[in-house]
Ligand binder design. Structure first.
Ligand code: ADP
Ligand code: MG
Length: 334
């Protein structure tokens, strides 16, 4: 007899830890959309990474079962970076960037991970039609006027719809802290395959810069939701001061990142920079900004300090820290 010993429900679907009479555990993922992508992605990248064994799947019931991997559940990079689980930084970065050397240029609209970018433009276009007064105010960061949030959204849409030819690499495609264990095992294969390196880096940054230990936990119904302890621990770090006027939002923040995370991000970006794949003038910032404001829906970000911090980051990556070198400079400073 198999029994379910834990259930997690998110907006995307349900996840079950199942145990049989011999105490063997398995992990069942049942999702509303994307089961075929998950199976295809798994079969594509299983040769490139350490992955849990796929035990069975059922396309009609939209479910897939893997061998349970303790580290993928209890010792992800979330516990590594925001908790006390020890990990080897070089090893993890090598896993995340292992296939970056073998790149080829292609049109970004055919990448698997464009689902988070081109296919979410309609989400951010919504902001342009909303009559929220905050969206029309000038964002002033450290005395510098970076324009309005609506203007940033326009810049993001413009940058992402240029029919960009970008380097493609083979990757898991969603390199978040919950998709890799401290031992370098990878999970979550919906976007695995041929991916845009630009998107890959933007997903990485959007996640580790602020989303995965703050916004995802506080404002989303995703697997991050269970990490309320992390939110408690870091909530004072992710704060910004602001002064609102009729026409402007003056926003200031100094520190944003725990040192361990900052070092991790900088080491990853150094690796990317050393490979010299991305043209030094390429406007990476708008992609990071895009990933920062989706999938978190700004209209749900109720706390003003949280909302304005997202505005400031969006504006900074759209208008001020745009190239890879700029972004590295920004991260060094926070
Ligand atoms: N084979 C597995 N064994 C143990 N835990 C797993 C396994 N696969 C995934 N998990 C855990 O479940 C979480 C959600 O699974 P994931 O496939 O990443 O779903 P989602 O697409 O919603 O992000 C992961 O972040 C990971 O912690
Ligand atoms: Mg995941």
């Amino acid at each position: 007899m198999k029994k379910i010993i834990k259930t997690i429900k998110t907006n995307k679907g349900s996840y079950y830890i199942i145990e049989d009479e011999l105490n063997n555990k398995s992990f069942k993922k049942q999702i509303k959309n994307g089961i075929l992508n998950e199976i295809e992605g798994y079969n594509f990248i299983k040769y490139y990474y350490n992955v849990p064994k796929l035990l069975e799947y059922n396309i009609v019931d939209k479910e897939i079962t893997y061998e349970f991997n303790d580290d993928l559940f209890y010792n992800t990079m979330h516990q590594g970076l925001f908790g006390d689980s020890p990990f080897n930084q070089n090893k993890i970065i090598n896993v995340l960037t292992s296939n970056f050397r073998n790149f080829k240029f292609q049109n970004e609209n055919i990448s698997k991970n464009s689902i988070f970018f081109l296919r979410r433009i309609s989400n951010i276009s919504e902001y342009l039609t909303q009559s929220d007064k905050d969206f029309e105010k000038d964002i002033i960061y450290n005395g510098e006027n970076l324009g309005t949030f609506k203007n940033c959204v326009k810049t993001i849409i413009y940058s992402l719809t240029q029919n960009n030819i970008v380097p493609f690499i083979i990757s898991q495609g969603d390199p978040t802290d919950l998709n890799i264990s401290i031992n370098g095992t990878i999970t979550d294969f919906e976007t695995a395959g041929d991916n845009s390196l630009i998107n890959e880096i933007a997903i990485f940054l959007g996640c580790y810069l602020v989303n995965c230990y703050y916004y995802y936990i506080k404002y989303m119904n995703s697997p991050h939701k269970q990490y309320t302890e992390t939110l408690e621990k870091y909530k004072n770090l992710v704060r910004c001061d602001f002064i609102e006027t009729e026409k402007s939002l003056e926003i200031n923040f100094s520190k944003l990142l725990p040192d361990k995370v900052k070092n991790f991000i900088l080491a990853y970006l150094k690796q990317v920079k050393d490979l010299e794949i991305i043209n030094s003038g390429f406007k990476l910032g708008p992609y990071v900004a895009m990933r920062m404001i989706t999938p978190v829906d700004i209209t749900n970000v109720s706390d003003k300090s949280d909302r304005y911090l997202l505005f400031a980051l969006t504006a900074l990556f759209t208008k001020k820290y745009v190239t890879l070198a700029d972004i590295i400079k920004f991260i060094r400073g926070i």
